[in-house]
Design a binder for this molecule. Structure first.
Ligand code: NDP
Length: 247
């Protein structure tokens, strides 16, 4: 499928997988709305994409806020008339043991990893339904497929993303011609681990990073491109993408 000229909204575009995805989509000729909270990062990425001959616009967005997501979608629709692709990528992973009772961090994960996906989906869906076309990518994780110690809440949020992706695909694929792909990466080099406040789990992640070659954000972006470029008749429902050494 030719994707040049299509319009995308990427959440969590200010770093890591989201920024890599935005760069790749723009390099393919898509216009990309960059949604995240850090305005300076978005401006820097817009400059980089523009210099490379692509088109991107910054959309300062907090995915925990439905109205903020709706404003981002509205801005893209006002400028370009449609939204073809949503990449629900924004996420947080502040690991800790449940008995540490870091309840604020649990809530942040629920708000960003689950509500954020629902909010951005709700913001974009009316336009995709009106177009009778679209493709929604939801960033789950290996942690949505199996549970790890210290990741109980994170795993719960990613299992929710996987379940929602399945239900969403079943409901909107046949009825509205909108494809849904759930991406499930293993370990990827990014800023995700920087927010871990528990010293033991921070060390555990540092040790993991030292023990194997992590994926790059670009590897996940390429997986998204594979699903996106597939023929319209084909919906890649899930992509489970691991570092070779993670097994
Ligand atoms: P990063 O920390 O580099 O990126 C996270 C992104 O989420 C940032 O752009 C951040 O932007 C954004 N974000 C966080 N909170 C909000 C918010 N309230 N509103 C809008 N944007 C927000 O990590 P990754 O690139 O690794 O993570 C991207 C996704 O991939 C996440 O969903 C993560 O769970 C998932 N994933 C990552 C893996 C890994 O090993 N790295 C493995 C499996 C899945 P800002 O702070 O500017 O708002």
């Amino acid at each position: 499928m030719n994707i040049a000229g299509k319009i995308a909204l990427v959440t969590g575009a200010s770093s890591g997988i989201g920024a890599a995805t935005a760069r790749k989509l723009a390099a393919e000729g898509m216009t990309v709305g960059l949604a995240a909270r850090r305005h300076d990062r978005l401006e820097t990425l817009v400059s980089e994409i523009t210099k490379a001959g692509g088109r991107a616009i910054p959309l300062v967005t907090d995915v925990t806020d439905l109205v903020s997501c709706q404003e981002a979608a509205k801005s893209l629709i006002a400028q370009f008339g449609r939204i073809d692709v949503l990449v629900n990528n924004a996420g947080l992973m502040p690991l800790s043991s449940v008995d540490s009772l870091k309840v604020d961090e649990w809530q942040q994960m629920v708000d960003v990893n689950i509500s954020g996906v629902l909010n951005a989906t709700a913001a974009v869906l009316p336009q995709m339904i009106a177009q009778h076309s679209g493709h929604i990518f939801n960033m789950s994780s290996i942690a949505g497929r199996k549970v790890f110690t210290g990741l109980a809440v994170y795993c719960a949020t990613k299992a929710a993303v996987t379940a929602f992706s399945d239900g969403l695909r079943m409901e909107i694929g046949p009825k509205h011609n909108i494809r849904v792909t759930c991406i499930q990466p293993g370990a990827v080099k990014s800023e995700l681990y920087d927010h871990i406040t528990d010293a033991d789990y921070r060390k555990q992640m540092d040790d993991l990073a030292a023990s194997m070659t992590f994926l790059e954000g670009e590897d996940i972006a390429d997986s998204i491109l594979f699903a996106l470029k597939s023929p319209a008749r084909m919906d890649v429902a899930e992509l489970f993408v691991l570092p070779t050494e993670q097994g």
